[in-house]
Write a protein of this length. Structure first.
Length: 746
């Protein structure tokens, strides 16, 4: 019964009529079909059949032209903007010939995306510009730099921190490609964009007063008090370090005319640290030019009235007509140019001093934050903190090193303040020096070795400054102590510097001997940049007074440093990039005793290393033979070193050394083989275009023969035969014969 009643009710539903309710519309059946529709019109004028298309117009694979992509750069959708940037790269890869002609419009559209709020767009744009800008010649890129810098510095002050950090990454790219245009004008009052870029760095770091305000209370440069992470701070400080390096090196190049004609591939030897050891700048400049190649006119014939002159090459002003003499107006113009150069140099130093004071607290805080983690004895440091500490040390070296190198532009009060700041920074580093990793890892060891070298450089700066003081003090207050506390403070400060110098002396000695602090072999040999960085430290240790280095008990004395330096100079192979630097440096310190205006503490006659100096001198002919024509710059350095030592009458060159040089120089010109007989030496392989080097070799032989005695007949005759055979049939044959006749060697 229940089932039949249920079926009856279900059948009744099909024929029942729904009761309508007030205000309700009629319900549609469940099987109704919706016949409504909507229509939209799409306007595509570029695809109109009424417009004729240029088939030769460069397009992408999606048939987008350059003009189409420029319009899409302003699209509201971030993904569309990002795809457009990648389409630009596709277009230029397919049609590289349109890159140069499209730069103005393209960069005008791209610069607006440097401060884009979408991180993906900024990252894609940076990747695109990193690919595109190196393809453009530097001459065509420089006119667009002002526009790029304008939008990048605007992004440096953006309200969002991530946009400010990405703006720094764009600056890294511009510093790599056109560093001169980026740093130009960083000094107050000079035209350029460098000042705005530097203010952007300081604003991100919240590093104190606005750059250029030399007076007043220290105030924050950024209204957004955002604490940067270690990775973000590393990006900013690394970029700032590159900016300062380019700014300082550019200023040094513009003020140093002596090295403007040098080979860019050759690494010049710095000599600024020797300047305080001379009584006048003029005598130091003359000493500094001993090893510099200058463009002169060679006079092929000797002067009959002065046949024994040392210098065969004479400049234009000595041999030219009197009509080319300078007028009074020319001389006054030179004086004015020198005055402007001096004023510009003082402005450069003042800007560096103010910047160092502005960044002092930032650098100190950065070091204190990273030092406990980096120098932990339990494990190797994280990469971000290690790199951050290394960059901080490099900025310290760039700022304080550049300022303290200039002995003439600093007042006593400025020098005292800077030395106090640098001494404080070094004081925090001394507790960990020498820096060594917890576990051996090549990358970490290299970073720690760089930190050790920077510490040595900064310590050498303080030691060199102490030599310049009239009484050898670092602090001016110490010369006029007004209380017992000031006097004790000075003694404590001087004792700290002596301790630091002793630690540096031990480290440098072991480094030159090829050992690390554990006595094992170091992971890498000295490279040119590292050796150059160590030279001020080596000189500061050599030039210390006996009282200074005897106060540090248990440390390596000065003669040990000298012995290690000579061992390294002799042990370095001839094909090493450091060899020419070691030859010039050793020759320079040997020539100091021949200078009348030299007033340093280092005296080669009292060092007790005569045998090693003689060994170094006698190994130079072999070095010259091994280098030969493979490294002409190094060959020139070796020839000039021997020639200057002989001309200046160095006390280290006696009869035994002259005899040894005669014997060892003969194979350079001619080799006597027991089976094959006489063979030409490396001299004959030097290109004839390198006339200066070939004549330097001839000058060296003539100088040696002139100071040798007639009793050395066989060796003397062998050398003359070898040189005569080597120059036979060349331009140097007549030159050699004239020198032989003029000096009476025939």
């Amino acid at each position: 019964m229940p089932k039949s009643s249920k079926k009856k009710k279900e059948k009744a539903v099909d024929f029942s009529k729904a009761k309508l309710k007030l205000g309700k519309g009629k319900q549609l059946p469940s099987n109704v079909v919706d016949t409504s529709f909507k229509a939209r019109s799409i306007a595509l004028p570029t695809q109109s059949i009424a417009i004729e298309k240029d088939a030769t117009l460069p397009t992408t694979r999606r048939k987008q032209s350059f003009d189409d992509l420029v319009l899409l750069m302003k699209h509201y959708n971030a993904n569309t903007r990002k795809d457009t940037i990648m389409s630009f790269r596709e277009l230029f890869e397919l049609h590289p010939d349109i890159v140069e002609s499209s730069m103005t419009i393209l960069l005008g559209a791209c610069v607006r995306l440097i401060g884009d709020e979408d991180a993906g767009v900024r990252k894609t744009l940076l990747s695109f510009l990193s690919w595109l800008l190196p393809l453009v010649s530097k001459e065509n890129l420089i006119p667009h730099v002002p526009l790029l810098i304008l939008f990048t510095t605007s992004a440096q002050t953006h309200i969002f921190p991530e946009i400010r950090i990405d703006a720094v990454r764009f600056l890294d790219l511009f510093l790599e490609l056109v560093p001169e245009s980026v740093v130009d004008g960083w000094i107050q009052g000079n035209p350029g964009h460098g000042k705005r870029v530097l203010e952007g760095y300081l604003g991100i770091l919240s590093a104190g007063t606005k750059y250029g305000d030399t007076e007043g209370e220290v105030k924050a440069t950024s209204t957004a008090s955002v604490v940067l992470s270690s990775q973000s701070k590393l990006v900013v400080l690394k970029s700032l370090s590159a900016f300062l390096t380019h700014a300082v090196s550019r200023q040094l190049r513009s003020s140093n005319h002596a090295t403007s004609n040098l080979d860019p591939a050759a690494v010049p030897l710095p000599t600024w640290f020797l300047a305080p050891s001379f009584r006048s700048a003029r005598s130091f400049n003359a000493y500094e030019r001993f090893f510099r190649s200058e463009s002169v006119d060679c006079q092929p014939q000797l002067d009959a009235e002065h046949p024994r002159d040392d210098f065969i090459c004479m400049p234009d002003f000595a041999t030219g007509p009197l009509a080319t003499a300078w007028s009074l107006n020319d001389l006054s113009g030179i004086s004015l140019a020198q005055t402007e150069s001096s004023t510009h140099l003082n402005s450069h130093t003042s800007s560096l001093i103010h910047l160092a004071r502005t960044l002092y607290s930032t650098l100190l805080a950065s070091y204190l934050d990273c030092a406990p983690v980096v120098f932990s004895p339990d494990a190797n440091p994280p990469e971000a903190e290690l790199n951050l500490l290394t960059v901080t040390a490099r900025i310290m070296r760039t700022l304080y090193g550049s300022i303290l190198q200039d002995r003439f532009s600093l007042s006593l009060a400025e020098e005292e303040t800077l030395c106090d700041e640098l001494s404080t920074l070094l004081g925090y580093m001394t507790g960990y020096f020498p820096f060594r990793p917890a576990r051996r890892e090549i990358k970490v060891e290299h970073a720690f070795q760089d930190l050790n070298v920077i510490y040595c450089e900064l310590t050498a700066m303080l030691v060199l400054v102490s030599f310049r003081r009239p009484s050898g003090d670092i602090s001016r207050k110490a010369r006029f102590p007004t209380s017992r506390s000031l006097a004790s403070s000075h003694v404590k400060h001087e004792g700290k510097l002596t301790l630091q110098a002793g630690l540096v002396r031990t480290y440098v000695t072991r480094l030159l001997l090829g050992e690390d602090n554990s006595g094992a072999q170091i992971s890498r040999p000295l490279i040119p940049t590292m050796y150059i960085a160590l030279l001020p430290t080596i000189w500061a240790l050599l030039n210390q007074t006996k009282e200074s280095h005897t106060r540090s008990q248990g440390e390596a004395p000065t003669d040990t440093v000298l012995s290690a330096m000579l061992d390294h100079a002799i042990r370095t192979t001839s094909n090493s990039a450091v060899k020419a630097l070691t030859v010039e440096f050793v020759a320079r310190i040997l020539l100091l005793e021949t200078e009348t205006d030299y007033c340093g503490h280092f005296d080669v006659r009292n060092m007790g290393e005569r045998e090693k100096f003689q060994e170094w001198i006698l190994h130079l002919p072999r070095t010259l033979w091994e280098i030969g024509p493979h490294n002409l710059a190094a060959s020139e350095t070796v020839l000039r070193s021997l020639l200057r030592l002989l001309q200046r009458g160095s006390i280290m060159i006696k009869h035994e050394e002259i005899f040894g040089l005669q014997t060892r120089l003969t194979p350079f010109f001619m080799i006597t083989h027991p089976v094959r007989g006489r063979l030409p030496g490396p001299f004959t392989k030097i290109p004839t275009s390198s006339q200066l080097i070939r004549r330097l070799a001839v000058d060296l032989v003539v100088t040696i023969l002139s100071v040798s005695t007639r009793s050395e007949g066989e060796e003397r005759e062998n050398l003359m035969i070898a040189v005569g055979s080597a120059v036979s049939g060349t331009l140097e044959e007549g030159y050699w014969q004239q020198l032989v006749r003029a000096t009476g060697l025939s």
